[in-house]
Design a binder for this molecule. Structure first.
Ligand code: DSN
Length: 438
């Protein structure tokens, strides 16, 4: 069995840990005890809390430990076979492997695995598809879009003319007819679909029709749903999108990083040039190695089952919360996340309070604006919850109903310490029953 490591958080349960992690902490204890202590505390925090942030996950030991490898020592600017540095033979091999696996996983012809993040992927993809100042049609962050889809203070809002489409205010879902009209009115160079807080299926084919009708490119940012797309649990943006961007660390359960996919050779060439030298220097080859491991894991049949369970768990958690009187925006969820309107349970309850009270109880969430939220983004009337991380722990529908009950108990108590401690104890017990991958 794995050795048990007790950290400086003496209130925490002993945390099951794989041998390499235990070895790392022992090494760091000798070389840098301060960092060792901080990392051990974080490992304990993750092991003993319920992670419901929709964009987070727990990587397995293979991905985790591949991130710290020899390839971090190397500059490999350029691409396989065309590098600006010597000594890149194995970097070529690993990058080719990652690209090939990514293409197999997403059913496309070209992959650029070098973007450091989802935002970096978007920067390069926008540069490849649009000239500065071009019009981009996208969903604003307040309605579920991402900051790199056009927020004024972001590069996207600075260098492009952003026109917004919005959700249908009644159904809180995408209104494709309205998007068509918006596209006809503004004639964008590019339309962005794919979101950070949208709980429903995206009709990529419909988006492509809209894009074609006005001569626009279609970019699908599938950062949140990448795992679901790869496993066929959500429809694929291919062959509809001209370019697809994603992160690798959400439902895909890989290292923190970005990825750009495409099907057309000319587009792929433009994208490669805009990643390097357009917007990045040396690729993080150690992370690209971990991306290859992640794609290899996602190609296995058990990953498909994992993604099916993510969605089933999200449905069960949403049902559980609805039974306790919370309102699910759009009426529920089809994917890994849900937006919870707290007001029907208690008019005064804000997302900020809920986030803080739940953290005290060991349940980690993020406050999130709901469509047409009257409260500002740092307060909000809602929470965004997701099930990728708790599904990784092996939790199933019965645990989702239990977690919905724990959330309600902590929130109904208005942050009262006694109740938070009781819930915290139950959270610890659940976490012990369903340990992190090790
Ligand atoms: N910040 C991420 C999220 O939480 O959805 C998106 O990049």
């Amino acid at each position: 069995m794995w050795p048990m490591t007790r950290t400086t958080d003496t209130s925490a349960a002993a945390v099951p840990m794989d041998a390499l992690s235990t070895g790392l902490l022992a090494l760091l204890n000798e070389k840098d005890a301060i960092v060792a202590r901080i990392l051990a505390d974080e490992a304990t925090r993750q092991a003993t809390t319920i992670e419901l942030i929709a964009s987070e996950n727990h990587v397995g030991p293979a991905v985790m430990h591949t991130m710290g490898n020899w390839m971090t020592n190397k500059y490999a600017e350029g691409y396989p076979g065309k590098r600006y540095y010597g000594g890149c033979r194995f970097h070529d091999e690993i990058e080719d492997l990652a690209r090939t696996r990514a293409c197999e996983l997403f059913g496309c012809r070209f992959a650029n695995v070098q973007p450091h993040s989802g935002a970096s992927a978007n920067i390069a993809a926008y540069m490849a598809m649009c000239k500065p100042g071009a019009t981009i049609l996208s969903l604003p962050i307040k309605s579920g879009g991402h900051l790199s889809h056009g927020l004024k203070v972001n590069f996207s809002g600075t260098f492009y003319k952003i026109v917004e489409y919005d959700l249908d205010p009644k159904t809180e879902t995408l209104d494709y007819d309205a998007i068509q009209s918006a596209a006809e009115a503004c004639k964008p160079a590019m339309i962005i679909c794919g979101y950070s807080a949208y709980p429903r299926v995206i009709d990529f084919a419909r988006f492509r029709k809209i894009a074609d009708s006005v001569g626009a490119y279609l970019l699908a940012d599938i950062a949140h749903i990448a795992g679901l797309v790869a496993s066929g649990v959500h429809p694929s943006p291919f062959p509809h999108a001209h370019v697809v961007t994603t992160t690798t660390h959400k439902t895909l359960r890989g290292p923190r990083g970005g990825l750009i996919l495409s099907d057309d050779e000319e587009t792929a060439k433009k994208i490669d040039r805009k990643v390097f030298p357009g917007s990045q220097g040396g690729p993080l080859m150690h992370i690209i190695a971990a991306k290859a491991v992640c794609f290899g894991e996602a190609l296995r049949p058990e990953f498909k089952e994992y993604c099916r369970r993510i969605v089933a768990n999200a449905g069960a958690l949403a049902d559980g919360l609805a039974e306790h009187g919370y309102r699910l925006c759009s009426g529920g969820t089809d994917n890994h996340l849900m937006l919870v309107d707290l007001r029907p349970r208690s008019e005064d309850l804000t997302g900020a309070d809920a986030e803080s009270w739940l953290e005290t109880a060991g349940i980690i969430v993020n406050k999130n604006g709901i469509p047409n939220d009257p409260r500002p983004p740092m307060v909000t009337s809602g929470l965004r919850l997701g099930t990728p991380a708790i599904t990784t722990r092996g939790m199933r529908e019965p645990q989702m109903h239990r977690i919905a009950g724990l959330i309600d108990r902590a929130l109904a108590a208005g942050g009262a310490e006694k109740v938070a401690c009781e819930v915290r104890r139950e959270v610890r017990a659940l976490c012990t029953e369903f340990p992190l991958p090790h």
